[in-house]
Design a protein. Structure first.
Length: 205
């Protein structure tokens, strides 16, 4: 796995650290509280330009992870999230196989996209800057993401949940997602990938 230089680019998965920042005020216990990401209530979508004028929208259907909240210290939140790259869905099976191949995500060698937080900081604009390491296709980068919190509530049959959302852009080349053989050197796909996440995490206890 290679360690690339730090970039202040929002991560695919660091948004989940926000729960640790904002739900902490609602907790009475001094011990960390663990929330688990609920994949059926969460969405991870991404899109990029194709032929310069259209956009290809896809998603990942499977993710898992934990968010450990420190009630007294929002900056002490800890996040470890994994997205199953094999759960890619572009709405076309042939295209799914191409994007999963070594030419793009190389899922056979790098099954999971993983994010581990390292710090959380209030940014003064009502959201939080979440710093962490994003690993995609075997490449790890330290990134910073601003995150918007949507609230905490209780849902019958589920328990306590926290919800949050973000949209951000990464450069696929930073992670070695090139598609060189597929494109034959032609500029078919854009380099910038827009990611949108709507995440719900449920209190584990």
């Amino acid at each position: 796995m290679s360690q690339a230089p730090a970039r202040h680019v929002p991560t695919l998965l660091s948004v989940l650290a926000l729960a640790g920042c904002l739900t902490s005020a609602a907790q009475a216990s001094p011990n960390p509280v663990v929330y688990r990401v609920n994949p059926t209530l969460s969405t991870v979508e991404f899109s990029l330009s194709k032929w310069t004028v259209t956009r290809q929208v896809s998603l990942f259907r499977a993710l898992e992870g934990t968010i450990a909240l420190s009630p007294d210290r929002p900056e002490g939140a800890a996040v470890d999230i994994r997205v199953d790259a094999a759960s890619l869905d572009t709405r076309n099976e042939t295209r799914d196989d191409v994007v999963r191949s070594e030419d793009f995500l190389h899922v056979s060698a790098h099954r999971f996209i993983r994010f581990r937080s390292t710090s959380v900081r209030r940014n003064g604009s009502g959201s939080f800057d979440v710093t962490g390491d994003l690993t995609l296709r075997g490449v790890t980068r330290r990134i910073v993401a601003p995150v918007r919190f949507l609230g905490i509530t209780r849902a019958e049959g589920l328990g306590e949940l926290a919800a949050f959302e973000t949209s951000f852009v990464i450069d696929r080349r930073d992670f070695g997602v090139l598609g060189s053989r597929w494109s034959g050197g032609r500029a078919i796909l854009g380099d910038e990938v827009t990611v949108h996440l709507a995440i719900t995490a449920l209190r584990a206890d």
